[in-house]
Design a protein around this ligand. Structure first.
Ligand code: ADP
Ligand code: MG
Length: 381
């Protein structure tokens, strides 16, 4: 049944509309977003779809086709970050309603039914897809007139302040603002962005996402530690954020840092920011294949300097490159999640098979592999 049909079966009337918002994968620019730096995600064909109708009585009902537990019924006036955990997964859409109301927008209630094809917990931002689809639907239905970046910032606020996850704004911006056939070059300092042509098929290329299906518990504390290390580095160098350290001054800057871990983190952030700029130049010149080695360099930096990789992610990169990929790197927060692999179309299957074989040989669970076709951002269906 369609998502609209499921809505009607659930709530007894057809929805006022149906919206979709994609998950994303980050091509390059990792751990740069909290340093005011550059990132370059693209939207996936996988989407969260929401059928939604307004309510005027202060009630919010949410339901997901993908989780057990039935309809969650909440009172919009009583939404409170301190009790958000009680709502479970419903905290994501409820957090969007909360963030909109906090910003003064008159959201008086809604019925929501969701279904998503974005894999959860694979570093592909199923959470941002959920938030952005909810935000766009409410924006349209209540005539709020918010721009895509404004919706993305409110969705991020929902995740940060309501759900309680300290994520940057990249995921929501990608889901809200991406367009088909392009990667989104985003400057996280001021949220300015540019659509960079990334038509893989036209250049005989494919970008594979390899979901390692691993999520190491280490992740959260390590994220906070890297973030604190970057802030310490910025303070020591007398800049507001590491994005202000020019790449050409990196050796001098590193020489001024006494702490070894901070030196490594600064080297990663400044060099990855530069890798985003190099990637843009290559894509603008129509040479997507040349991005491959930049990806592999980025992986080495995440593995050796930031130290957020893991054996599974390293194996994807190693096995893919050995089998003829143009380049590969982990993507997202690391310690599991997914990697991206750039391959010539004709080698896509043999590279994927080589990664699967390497995983089996190492005794790892079988990875999930699919092509990342640069797809459209959030839209009304
Ligand atoms: P990621 O965003 O990388 O997929 P997160 O941990 O940030 O991982 O978000 C995953 C969470 O988002 C899930 O645990 C669940 O609470 C919520 N979620 C994602 N997709 C759905 C869905 N289709 N239905 C209900 N909840 C979902
Ligand atoms: Mg998420």
């Amino acid at each position: 049944m369609s998502v609209a049909g499921e809505f009607e079966a659930l709530y007894g009337a057809a929805p006022e509309g149906v919206w979709a918002a994609p998950g994303r994968v980050n091509l390059i620019g990792e751990y740069t977003d909290f340093n005011d730096g550059f990132v370059m995600p693209l939207a996936l064909p996988h989407t969260a779809v929401a059928a939604v109708s307004r309510r005027a009585d202060g009630v919010l009902r949410v339901h997901s086709a993908d989780v057990e537990g039935g309809v969650v019924r909440l009172d919009v006036a009583a939404l409170d970050p301190r009790t958000a955990a009680d709502a479970g997964w419903a905290a994501y859409p409820a957090g969007v309603v909360w963030a909109l109301r906090e910003a003064g927008h008159p959201v008086t209630g809604a019925d929501v039914h969701l279904a998503s094809t974005v894999p959860t917990g694979a570093g592909l931002s199923s959470s941002a897809a959920l938030e952005v689809v909810t935000a766009l639907a409410l924006n349209d239905l209540f005539g709020l007139g918010l721009s895509r970046p404004e919706l993305a910032v409110l969705a991020q606020r929902a995740e940060n302040a309501f759900v309680g996850v300290p994520c940057g704004v990249m995921d929501q911006m990608a889901s809200a603002c991406a367009i088909e056939g392009h990667a989104l070059f985003l400057d996280t300092r001021d949220l300015s962005y540019r659509q960079v042509p990334f038509d893989l098929a036209a250049q005989g290329l494919r970008l594979l996402v390899v979901d390692t299906r691993v999520k190491h518990a280490l992740g959260d504390g390590a994220y906070a530690e890297r973030r604190a290390g970057c802030e310490a580095g910025a303070r020591a160098l007398g800049v507001r954020a590491l994005r202000e350290v020019p790449y050409v001054q990196l050796p001098d800057s590193l020489a001024r840092l006494s702490e070894e871990s901070v030196r490594r983190y600064v080297r990663h952030v400044v060099s990855d920011n530069h890798r985003v700029e190099r990637t843009i130049a290559l894509l603008d010149a129509g040479d997507a294949a040349a991005v491959g080695p930049v990806l592999t360099e980025g992986h080495a930096s995440l593995r050796d300097d930031l130290r957020v990789s893991c054996p599974e992610l390293d194996l994807v990169v190693e096995a893919a490159n050995a089998a003829g990929a143009l380049g590969a790197r982990m993507t997202g927060g690391g310690f599991g999640g997914s990697a991206v692999v750039l391959v010539p179309e004709e080698r896509a299957e043999s590279v994927a098979a080589a990664v699967e074989k390497a995983f089996a040989g190492a005794g790892f669970a079988a990875p999930g592999i699919f092509p990342a076709v640069p797809s459209a951002g959030a839209r009304r269906e």
